[in-house]
Design a protein around this ligand. Structure first.
Ligand code: MLT
Length: 318
């Protein structure tokens, strides 16, 4: 296959694709707008941050496969792909540890005000008293919204710090998830409202779907205790950002955010400065999956998908 790799992708896995007889065009800085022209003559596309629009899919003359080198496929116009017979595959779970680690990092950063500490020292200010009131993670109630691969992996890390893990009881949870959750002593509550009311920290690990859109809305934010911490390393669309800003201003809510409703479609740009610059927010650049380990695990899976796609019957394509 002629494969366009339009985001950073480790060299050894590009070499592996070549060793399997594929031709890789490596254009890691391709923007969403450029994709429409760059895709010409390619059978497959591998992307991470670059959005794949309907225009790009429509302009592609021989595209058969799009692989999102990550879990979410919300940056790909799946309807357009479906209309043009293009398979869309994702790589779920391979970056779960990386995202869970960043979520812990944001929690620790917020609890200890680490970025502000660093900024003060860099500005030649020593003010030990200003930072003397952290609450600690041990003994805190951490509500985990979404007990999928990432949510559970984060819950395990929070529990290892001595936090109590809380989650919403759901009738359709599978045995394996329940086993892992019970092993952590997870306390199950009846509703998301109850989770918000009873926890000091609420961490979101859900995909962007019609059901999760604005899940953290004005109503849910109003249930949080004053000074609660909200963590979102999943998708920006699940938060009503205007309501979050109000909750930060009126109820002292603090937020660790890796994702935003309106992210640049090509990896660089800016996000809503009301959030990025808010003193109650520590924000990162959607870097949850950006560890070497995670990117290698994802790349290995991309190679496996390409191989499966080229060897499978059309009806069995991954
Ligand atoms: C995901 O969907 O898994 C993450 O957004 C991945 C990423 O940014 O690479």
């Amino acid at each position: 296959m002629r494969i366009l790799v339009a985001d950073a992708f480790p060299e050894e896995y590009r070499a592996e694709l070549a060793a399997h007889g594929h031709h890789c065009s490596y254009e890691p800085d391709t923007t969403a707008d450029e994709l429409a022209t760059s895709l010409a003559g390619h059978d497959a596309l591998v992307v991470r941050s670059t959005a794949v629009t309907a225009e790009a899919i429509e302009a592609a003359d021989s595209l058969r496969l799009v692989i999102r080198a990550g879990s979410g496929t919300n940056t790909i116009d799946r309807d357009a792909a479906g209309r043009h017979g293009v398979y869309v595959c994702n790589v779920p779970g391979r970056n779960a540890i990386a995202v869970a680690e960043l979520t812990m990092g944001l929690l620790l950063a917020l609890d200890r005000n680490i970025p502000d500490n660093v900024a003060d020292l860099r500005a030649d200010r020593w003010d030990k008293k200003r930072y003397a009131r952290a609450r600690g993670i041990h003994g805190r109630k951490v509500g985990v919204v979404g007990l999928g691969r990432i949510g559970l992996t984060f819950a395990e890390r929070a529990a290892s710090f001595g936090a109590g893990v809380h989650a919403v009881a759901k009738p359709d949870r599978d045995e394996r998830t329940l086993e892992r959750a019970h092993a952590l002593g997870t306390v199950f509550v009846d509703s998301l409202d109850e989770l918000a009311r009873t926890c000091d920290v609420l961490s979101f690990h859900v995909p962007a779907t019609a059901d999760t859109r604005m899940l953290l809305d004005r109503h849910l934010l109003a249930q949080l205790p004053p000074g609660a911490i909200v963590l979102n390393t999943s998708r920006g669309d699940i938060v009503d950002e205007d309501a979050l800003i109000e909750a930060m201003e009126n109820n002292g809510v603090r937020a660790g955010l890796d994702v935003y409703a309106d992210e640049p479609s090509s990896g660089t740009g800016t996000v809503d400065s009301r959030l990025a610059k808010h003193p109650n927010v520590y924000g990162t650049h959607h870097i949850g999956a950006s560890t070497e380990q995670a990117q290698h695990a994802v790349a290995a899976e991309v190679v496996r998908i390409v191989t499966a796609f080229t060897t499978a019957e059309p009806s069995e394509a991954p």
